[in-house]
Design a protein around this ligand. Structure first.
Ligand code: MN9
Length: 294
């Protein structure tokens, strides 16, 4: 099994002006990210607006990224869906196209029991025999995978990693203490250094798309014990992230990529396109903190 540790951009889904997925820009994006030195690509997650794409589009996006990456870096495909059947279809499709691992949020919208949530994940693992990255994002799903009896899932040998999109670092540390082989990939970019300090060794993030180098150097500084440097880099990143979250992070990330030469277009509704004033703010904060990289 491949080592899934590392720094991953959560790829956005480039859109053409007519709202269709722009597959040719998606390929450019894959090359751009690999050139920045990322360890892998995370496909079809929140940043990709997956729940605003059709199942066919999601498959086509995954296929395009897998084909174009062609084994140069790890590819994790998020196959979570509203129901077990759709998630299983996406999982088998990802497997057939050579994904290194699948990932999923717990099933959303309806309130399921712990038993039902675990059965959902077991279905994906058992139908595909793929390594699984559990995507924990309680702010969006209402389910916290690192709290209570649901944590039993991390004992399953095919559950190889946790995408920890939560700022509760105590729970991260406890899950790792109870599951020493589990890899933790931090999910809130603004809390990357906190995650590293409590046992995360990598990250999956939307802002990695346009500032992967900063996060790679931050991780290296932390691992070499240069904590002041790591903190300075986190603060620089957070100056940017704060503004992006204020204007709408997914739209802002797409705009940042457009400024970096990869025109990702706008997000699908109900996300509102960035207003001129928001664009100005994003551009100004990027110019100040990324300088000549733009
Ligand atoms: O995938 C992203 N998660 C969400 C990771 O957007 C829900 C993060 O990269 C955030 O966009 C980022 C800003 O809060 O940390």
């Amino acid at each position: 099994m491949k080592n899934l540790n590392g720094i991953y951009p959560a790829l956005p889904t480039p859109m053409a002006p007519n709202g269709e997925v722009n597959y040719s820009v998606l390929k450019t994006l894959v090359d751009f990210e690999i050139d920045q030195g990322v360890d892998g690509l995370y496909v079809g997650g929140s940043t990709a607006e997956s729940f605003l794409l059709t199942e066919d589009e999601r498959k086509c996006v995954a296929e395009t990224v897998l084909d174009h990456a062609a084994g140069r870096v790890n590819v994790i495909v998020h196959t979570g869906a509203g129901g077990t059947d759709a998630a299983r279809r996406l999982t088998l499709h990802a497997k057939a196209n050579g994904a290194d691992a699948i990932s999923s949020v717990p099933p959303i919208y309806f309130k399921y029991t712990t038993e039902e949530v675990i059965a959902y994940y077991l279905d994906l693992i058992e139908s595909s025999d793929m390594p699984l990255v559990v995507y924990n994002i309680p702010a969006f799903t209402g389910i916290n995978m690192t709290q209570g009896p649901i944590r039993e899932l991390f004992k399953h040998p095919r559950v190889v990693a946790l995408k920890h999109t939560n700022t509760n670092m105590y729970e991260l540390e406890r899950v790792l203490a109870h599951n020493p082989k589990l890899i933790a990939l931090n999910g809130y970019d603004e809390a990357f250094l906190s995650g590293l300090s409590m046992g995360a060794t990598g990250m999956i993030g939307s802002t990695v798309n346009f500032m992967a180098r900063k996060f790679i150097i931050l991780r290296d500084a932390f691992q070499a014990g240069r904590n002041a440097e790591a903190f300075r880099l986190q603060r620089e990143a957070n100056e940017i992230i704060e503004t992006m979250v204020e204007v709408g992070v997914f739209s802002a990330v797409k705009y940042a990529m457009t400024l970096r030469g990869v025109d990702c277009g706008a997000c699908r509704g109900p996300f509102k396109p960035l207003q001129d004033n928001d664009k100005k703010r994003v551009r100004a904060i990027l110019e100040k903190n990324l300088g000549e990289a733009l």
